[in-house]
Design a protein around this ligand. Sequence first.
Ligand SMILES: Nc1nc2c(ncn2[C@@H]2O[C@H](COP(=O)(O)OP(=O)(O)OP(=O)(O)O)[C@@H](O)[C@H]2O)c(=O)[nH]1
Length: 566
Amino acid sequence: MKTLLAINSPLIKKIATFSFLIVCLASVLSWGLIKDAYEHYSQAQNNIEQFSDFYRVLDVSNKLAEERGYANQLIFATVGSMAHAKAAFIKSQMETDEALTKVPQDILSSALLQNTLSHLIRGREEVDIYAAGPRTDPHEARKAVDMMMESTEYFHNVLFVKTESFIKMEPTAFSAILQGQALGELRNSTGKLGSYFLYYLNTGTPLSESQLEKISRAWQQIETQWWLLGIPTSYSSDTDSFRTLMLKTRHNFQNKGAALIRHLQTQSENRESYSVSVSEFTVRYQDSLNTFNDMLQMYLFNVHQYYGKVKNQALEHFVLTLIILFTIYSLAIIGILYIHFNVVKPLLKLNVRAKSMGEDDVSSPAYQEVCEIKALQSSLDKLEEHIDENRILSDELKKLTEIDALTGVLNRRGFELQREKLLATVSADTPVWLVLIDIDHFKRINDTWGHPAGDKVLASLGDTLNHVALPNWMVARIGGEEFAVMFSSDSQQDVLNSVRRLQMACRNLRVMTDNGEVIRLTASFGVAKGLPADQDRMMSDADQALYQSKKTGRDKITGIGDAESH
Ligand SMILES: Nc1nc2c(ncn2[C@@H]2O[C@H](COP(=O)(O)OP(=O)(O)OP(=O)(O)O)[C@@H](O)[C@H]2O)c(=O)[nH]1
């Protein structure tokens, strides 16, 4: 019943609904937070992977630009520098090939790779002719330079397309990709700028108008790339060191390669002989570009570091979110359970208990719960004690209203109430007997020995009647010196015997006064028989019988059978 009460309790229902709503709300919020944290983490992870791929593509571009420089050195090598130029070209080829194998297939498909390689092989074959020894035909040399240029340009175009797709994949990494692209472009543009001079240096002729235009465009491109690289970005974790390296590279290029080119350009415009041979130019110019690759490496390393940090932060955020949510969930569940077991349930049990106390059921168990509940428990204990005390007092008061204080037997009110109870326990056809007992000449006793002595007589007679009465008899004092005894019995003889025992007890009663005198007494008896429903008549009959006993001399029994007893 208690369980049912607990489940059906409106309070429990409200708490359950409230808890359910909290859990639902927490779940929705959790889902959003976890999703957000996980997306940050996976985006950072994706950025790292994308940049690794992007780096590999850029690395090939740089390696190709370097190879092109070494190819130029070989094409225009003198007999003395031939061996060194050949070895450098072969080494550079191997580095390019290795870098190419590292580009993932999803970026450089086998078809694109084949095209790149076939362009490259054609260029290399042209250059390889020069490995056998210096050649003098400037047109052939120009063709070899252009073939190498073409092969690197092919890959460069591939890089452009890929840059676009990288940006589409990771729009947030737009500036990082653009600056990486600028680095690749810068290396390519500077390399190409040098190549524009080779034929003219080789032939000793001034630069043509169209060539000057190409050179001017290359300068513009180079300036744009430097500008792009100079834009401060947040993703470079070590900006200062990169900036230092960039300034050093730019300075190196300006002072060496750019200065050399400008000098040659001036000489061309002035129609002077070039002060540098093509062979020397290829070496010196390549030398001015040697830190470009370091710049690319550092740039990509820094970007990689930055996204690594972002990834770790996102992972920390993700784990922290999980921990916080787990803690919130746990606390919510613990809180709900705590309230349920330590507040709601005990309250419900106390409610049951309070209810049962009101219904006089004192069998409810006591509960040892949290402080507030204990306080309530303690108050209930005290209340219960008070109720018990009041109940006892009330019972005693109730008894007092039914008991005659002097004699200890029932008073008239008690007689009437108990009579109702007695009659309720017997069947309607069970004979009931009423015996009225009145002390003879009691006035004389009072008059002779005093009122207190009379009281003592009354109390002694009450004791005597109680003593003689059987357990299921009712004994009452219904008037000043008048007593009543009531019981049920089927046997008239038993009743007569019982009344005689009462009469004998009265006759034998001796009451000692304070003076040491002994009071003796007799009593008159009036008996009536009837059914439970005949109470008024029985009382009247018993009264008549008593009157008869008094009238005919006292100390007599009247009303039972035809025999008046003496
Ligand atoms: N001591 C004492 N006397 C009481 C008490 N109640 C009634 N009495 C006295 O009982 C006496 C009853 O007297 P009566 O009615 O004349 O009857 P009686 O003297 O017994 O004479 P019969 O009944 O005719 O034999 C009165 O004097 C009352 O004052 C009581 O509680 N204590």
